[in-house]
Design a protein around this ligand. Structure first.
Ligand code: SF4
Length: 269
């Protein structure tokens, strides 16, 4: 399968799923959070965490530590299981996946570049994870937990990729973020024939699966090429002229922009 070609790298800015999602929701909101940071070095609305995000991070860490213990041949530590955030059903799912294939990977950072080849962030970023190397990426992602039927340094043909989600179950997301994960996996390991991607809603014992096959790759590439180009073009144009006319009202209820920051003040609409 030919994975070389395709998307010109217009600006040196690797997108994540959440950044694309924000761009899709409202271009101006994206400018306030991301575009301004890219262009001026300082975001109009800097990143801010909240209680729900902190709790989500704690749950991620809990299951990552559990998977690491199992990966190293130990039991899940009692202290983790006593943590009030621990969900034993999720522990069982992680144990089952490690039992399925003996090549688990906890927290894997990967990306696809403009030729849709994949490079790990470890190879790509400088030691402080802020400097760009020679390779440029269009999209990057972090797989929370994955297992493969062969070593990731060899030629696996089947992989399972898990994304932990905290909070309520959101069915509409299926197939979007997971599609990006599948694309990155197929690009990183061209030997893969099938990738099972799942959201694991750790507060609800719910697992949502989406299976991708190697024949899905051309469609996935077309989908994300369009998205990458849209954002890259927007950033290029924003660096020449402030894109004030390009505002579409997104989900304003959840937006951190003040009335003054939102050019159209659409919160009142
Ligand atoms: S308030 Fe609405 S229109 Fe304004 S930036 Fe936020 S999402 Fe966009």
């Amino acid at each position: 399968m030919d994975l070389a070609i395709e998307v010109p790298m217009i600006v040196d800015w690797p997108a994540t799923w959440s950044k694309w999602n924000m761009f899709n929701t409202c271009h101006w909101k994206f400018y306030l959070h991301e575009g301004s940071k890219f262009i001026t070095g300082k975001a109009v609305i800097p990143f801010a965490t909240n209680r729900a995000m902190q709790l989500g991070e704690q749950k991620h860490e809990l299951y990552e530590r559990a998977a690491s213990s199992l990966q190293n041949g130990y039991k899940i530590p009692e202290a983790l299981q006593q943590n009030p955030l621990w969900n034993p059903k999720i522990g069982e799912i992680i144990s089952g996946l490690i039992g399925l294939y003996p090549n688990p990977v906890v927290e894997q950072k990967l990306g696809v570049d403009s030729t849709w080849r994949a490079w790990s962030l470890g190879e790509y970023w400088g030691p402080d994870k802020s400097l760009f190397g020679d390779r440029k990426m269009l999209f990057r992602a972090k797989f929370d937990f994955s297992v493969f039927n062969d070593s990731i340094w060899k030629e696996p043909t089947h992989g399972v990729i898990i994304d932990y989600k905290s909070g309520k179950v959101r069915k509409e997301e299926i197939g979007k973020q997971l599609a990006l994960y599948a694309l990155i996996a197929f690009c990183r390991w061209p030997s893969l024939q099938r990738v099972d991607c799942s959201y694991l809603f750790v507060d609800h014992n719910v697992r949502q699966d989406q299976i991708y096959y190697d024949h899905d790759v051309p469609g996935l590439k077309r989908l994300f090429a369009q998205r990458a180009l849209g954002m890259q073009q927007y950033l290029l144009e924003s660096s020449k002229q402030l894109p004030i006319s390009d505002v579409n009202a997104g989900n304003c209820y959840w937006c951190a922009a003040t009335m003054n920051q939102c050019i159209k003040s659409t919160k009142e609409v």
